[in-house]
Design a protein around this ligand. Structure first.
Ligand code: NAP
Length: 484
């Protein structure tokens, strides 16, 4: 039985070849510093079967129970001398100089720099490069800074599993890669130590691909909200001498602006694709680069789509809340009271019923298809689809969602848009403004589906070029005319 327990569950052939030396020998690893990162790292290392010794400036100050019992606590010199080859520098880079006394003890050892950058745009060498300058006889490896203390504690089951690593020393990098694997992480080799700056600022990025789409969505919201405020509240208030409709600001106006933003944002998802297609048709080739603004726009389509979904979902929730409003109750009771008093009954409005049912149905279906698009944009779901399936969902279903959203808006508008009352102060209703861009997108898309245009675009996308752009013909022309 005892023998059975000592038999490894995984045979040697099943374990990754380069993970073996560390697994079998588990050499002692030192961590300098006893702060938050050190504690989480020590926990993870111990859980991975590694012997850990923590080096502190003042061991007595460390409260008992802060580190697991298996972790040995020593002064900095003691910890470094115990380390077989790996030493984690879990101190802030400002304090690296205070460790210069350990230079000779650290010579020949692998120093893992786990520090993050302090600012995004700092010039000069990275923390890791400065550490390498301070300890020229050690092998400095940058890594683990992109892993948070929470990810270290929850292990590889949750959170991101990637650990970016770079170093000028292949030997040092190999050792850290092996240890990262043993801890259950996915090491990503980023190359030499010059990549350290990029790795150090990686945790400082704040949704870099989201800023543009969020700003666009916010500006659109501001526009529709401001327009609605001017048209429906402020101008009537000024013109009619005190007709107060400011109560509409909190819910009505938000719910009026959200669908308009959702619709325009969804149209903006498909607009750059159409623009790119028309540009390729005009140029007669796909081998000329798009302008950078178009490139950026094409890369932000997913974010715009998700923001459109958010606005549409919020519009759905707001609309469901409408019957709960006090003003709705007030109007209902008052209308009923007036009808009872007048002895009249609300007439059955067949057309009105059709209008409201159609408009609600298109809205619900549009939101449903939009949710599908949002779900398939998740990497875990998107990765299960092949290219054709992904294109079908994102492009095919996307246009269906756009069409449903436009019809939802048009059914809402019904024939009111043809009445003069819909244009107070010569201002059209916001839903009319909101359908302009989506309608342009749909019309352009329909033109692209015309057989003559579709065939030409398909040929261009398969690599054919017009005579004016064909490099072979251009070459013949140059040779024939003797142009140097
Ligand atoms: P911390 O809690 O403040 O710990 C820093 C430790 O450095 C102190 O506990 C101290 O331990 C030690 N130290 C050594 N020399 C020092 C000196 N001269 N002055 C002050 N302290 C000194 O910081 P931390 O959050 O663990 O972060 C440590 C490093 O990990 C930083 O470079 C940080 O960028 C990086 N990091 C942290 C996280 C995180 O989530 N916290 C994530 C990624 C990377 P002794 O008193 O025992 O010597």
């Amino acid at each position: 039985m005892v023998e059975n327990m000592t038999t490894p569950l995984l045979s040697d052939s099943e374990a990754p070849a380069d993970a073996l030396p560390v697994c079998l020998t588990s050499p002692t690893v030192a961590i300098l510093g006893s702060g938050d990162f050190s504690r989480s790292l020590a926990l993870r290392l111990v859980a991975s079967g590694v012997r850990v010794v923590v080096g502190s400036r003042c061991v007595n100050r460390i409260p008992s129970g802060l580190f697991p019992d298996a972790v040995e606590l020593r002064n900095q010199e003691g910890a470094v001398s115990q380390a077989v080859c790996l030493v984690f520098m879990a101190v802030f880079p400002e304090h690296y100089c205070s460790l210069l006394g350990l230079q000779s003890a650290l010579a020949g050892k692998v120093l893992v720099d786990v520090s993050n950058g302090a600012e995004m745009n700092i010039h000069g060498p990275s923390n890791a490069e400065r550490l390498a300058e301070l300890f020229p006889d050690s092998l400095v490896v940058k890594g683990f800074n992109t892993v948070s203390t929470w990810e270290l504690q929850t292990g590889a089951h949750d959170g991101s599993r990637q650990v970016m690593i770079c170093s000028n020393s292949t030997e040092g990098k190999k050792k850290v890669v092996q240890l990262a694997r043993q801890m259950g992480f996915h090491p990503v080799d980023m190359g030499g130590l010059s990549a350290a700056r990029e790795i150090e600022v990686a945790p400082l990025h704040l949704f870099p691909s989201w800023s543009g789409p969020v700003v666009v969505t916010f500006l659109l919201f501001l526009f529709f909200y401001g327009y609605g405020f001017l048209r429906g509240i402020l101008l009537p208030f000024l013109a009619q001498g005190g007709h107060n409709a400011f109560y509409r600001l909190a819910l009505d106006l938000v719910n009026e602006s959200l669908p308009a933003v959702a619709l325009v944002t969804l149209a903006l998802v498909y607009f750059p694709g159409l623009f790119a297609a028309w540009l390729q048709l005009w140029r007669g080739t796909k081998y000329q680069r798009f302008p950078s603004w178009l490139d950026n726009w094409l890369q932000r389509r997913k974010q715009l789509g998700l923001l459109s979904f958010l606005c549409a979902a919020l519009h759905g929730v707001y609309s469901l809340c409408l019957p709960l409003r006090r003003i709705t109750l007030h109007r209902l009771v008052n209308t009923a009271y007036r009808q009872v008093k007048a002895g009249t009954e609300e007439p059955w409005d067949e057309l009105g019923v059709w209008r409201s049912d159609l408009y609600l149905s298109c809205g619900v279906l549009g939101l449903g298809v939009l949710s599908l698009l949002a779900i398939t944009s998740l990497p875990t779901v998107g990765n299960t689809l092949n290219w054709r399936e992904f294109t079908f969902v994102q492009s095919g279903l996307g246009y269906i969602a756009l069409t449903l959203s436009i019809t939802h808006t048009l059914f809402f508008g019904w024939d009111f848009a043809f009445h003069i009352e819909a244009y107070p102060f010569y201002m059209p209703p916001s839903y009319l403004l909101a359908v302009v861009v989506p309608c342009i997108v749909l019309v352009c898309r329909c033109f692209l589906l015309l057989p003559c245009i579709f065939t030409r675009l398909t040929r261009i996308r398969r690599g054919c070029e017009s005579k004016r752009n064909c490099p072979v013909l251009q070459h013949h022309h140059v040779v024939a005319n003797g142009i140097p």
